[in-house]
Ligand binder design. Structure first.
Ligand SMILES: NC(=O)C1=CN([C@@H]2O[C@H](COP(=O)(O)OP(=O)(O)OC[C@H]3O[C@@H](n4cnc5c(N)ncnc54)[C@H](OP(=O)(O)O)[C@@H]3O)[C@@H](O)[C@H]2O)C=CC1
Ligand SMILES: C[C@H]1O[C@H](OP(=O)(O)OP(=O)(O)OC[C@H]2O[C@@H](n3cnc4c(=O)[nH]c(N)nc43)[C@H](O)[C@@H]2O)[C@@H](O)[C@@H](O)C1=O
Length: 363
């Protein structure tokens, strides 16, 4: 199964997860990988996706393309999150069925579980209560993706499996200060905060030239840069830097290194078929998806202090409770995955060092 010459389409190959999956597959000797950037193939375009599958006829598909963002992006662009995600997954899953794809892996998210879910969250807790408001549209699209895979398997005999990863981080993450997830946002905020406290304008220019913020880049005036950083919660007060953490700092989150996530995906592509997921005699097939996580979580306050210590930023942290907390706890129960023989290898402490090293090399 999944021989080294198999034609595998990785949708979203430049993203956080997609790029790690490509790296993992290449390292294992897979040679026939195909990709398209968003610009080359908009996966919300049904006709173009159909033509792509007709021309390329991939044997395997890993669906890591999606509209993705942190808590504020999810809460603000609610229509885009539900529309784009439903369109992307409807097109890719349906065309995979139409063109005889042997196996597809769909990436969901642990936000599919109820807001006040019993902890740790088992796969069977799906659809047992109300969802978290801030990411409800995104979660509903992801639940539709799971049910689409299950339904196509049951009606058409396809082999489409789903995984529900916890919060991920690593190389090629999104470091936008407003739209990203907490871990990359705090890495960048503290990197800029440290540069500011050391009056290291070369580091600030280099960072802003790699990824401009709201119209300022590395060549903008210092006054303009200071005023934009202030707006994003990196505030210079006399000789001290005050750095904003969204919410109360009390929510707990679980973080998985993206390359571990990629390894779990490739492991499941090789080891797990839909037919292994359920009892053939059971007429009601539900919850065939698999959690991917570490089973360990940390409060946002402790995460911020850990990143602060790793980066060596000496300023003060303050909590902005005008910003949403989101779910208070969403810890996965990864025992289904552990029972299959896979476990993560990179700790949060190691991962933060690795991603910060990657971030500073890139700048
Ligand atoms: N990041 C996280 O913490 C988590 C992520 N997930 C899930 O994992 C998967 C991967 O996420 P992640 O790698 O973080 O996301 P990224 O935002 O890093 O990457 C998303 C990728 O999708 C592509 N893409 C987006 N929209 C389209 C479109 N309309 N047409 C074609 N391509 C498109 C982008 O292409 P391009 O680069 O060309 O713009 C990009 O490569 C997603 O399903 C996400 O929901 C689940 C839980 C947590
Ligand atoms: C992966 C998961 O990601 C999203 O859910 P989330 O876990 O709530 O997302 P998050 O990483 O943005 O925030 C985690 C916590 O951290 C706090 N927080 C502090 N300071 C910053 C900060 O500076 N930026 C961000 N983004 N959050 C911050 C923030 O207030 C929140 O309490 C889903 O919408 C959905 O996309 C999904 O599936």
């Amino acid at each position: 199964m999944l021989d080294k010459e198999a034609k595998i389409y990785i949708a979203g190959h430049r993203g956080l997860v997609g790029s790690a999956i490509v790296k993992n597959l290449k390292s294992k000797g897979y040679t026939n990988l195909i990709f398209r950037t968003h610009k080359e193939l908009d996966l919300t375009d049904t006709l173009k996706v159909s033509q792509f599958f007709e021309n390329e006829k991939p044997s395997y598909v890993i669906l890591a393309a999606a509209k993705v963002g942190g808590i504020v992006a999810n809460n603000t662009y609610r229509a885009d999150f539900i529309y784009e995600n439903l369109m992307i997954q409807n097109n890719v899953i349906h065309q995979s069925y139409k063109h005889g794809v042997k196996k597809l892996l769909f990436l969901g998210s642990t936000c599919i579980y109820p807001k006040n879910c019993p902890q740790p969250m088992k796969e069977d807790y799906l659809l047992t209560d109300t969802l978290e408001y801030t990411n409800e549209p995104y979660a509903i699209a992801k639940i539709a993706g799971i049910k689409m895979c299950e339904s196509y398997n049951l009606q058409y005999g396809t082999n489409f499996i789903s995984v529900m990863p916890t919060n991920l981080y690593g190389p090629n993450d999104n470091f936008d200060l407003e739209k990203s997830h907490v871990l990359p946002a705090l890495i960048r905020k503290m990197h800029l905060g440290k540069a500011l406290e050391n009056d290291n304008w070369d580091a600030i220019s280099s960072d802003l030239n790699t990824l401009p913020i709201e119209g300022v880049n590395g060549n903008s005036s210092r006054q303009d840069i200071l005023s934009v950083l202030d707006k994003y919660g990196i505030k210079k007060k006399d000789h001290n830097i005050h750095l904003e953490i969204w919410g109360t700092g009390k929510p707990m989150r679980e973080f998985l290194w993206s390359e571990d996530m990629a390894d779990a995906c490739v492991f499941l592509m090789k080891q797990r078929d839909f037919n292994d997921c359920y009892d053939q005699d059971n007429k009601e097939v539900r919850n065939t998806h698999i959690n991917i996580g570490t089973g360990v979580d940390i409060s946002i306050k402790d995460l911020a202090e850990l990143i602060q210590q790793k980066i060596g930023f000496k300023g003060e942290l303050y909590f902005n409770t005008e910003k949403p907390d989101g779910t208070l706890k969403k810890l996965t129960d990864p025992s289904k995955l552990h029972d299959l023989g896979w476990k993560h290898t990179v700790s949060l402490s190691q991962g933060i060092e690795q991603v910060y090293s990657w971030y500073t090399t890139k700048n």
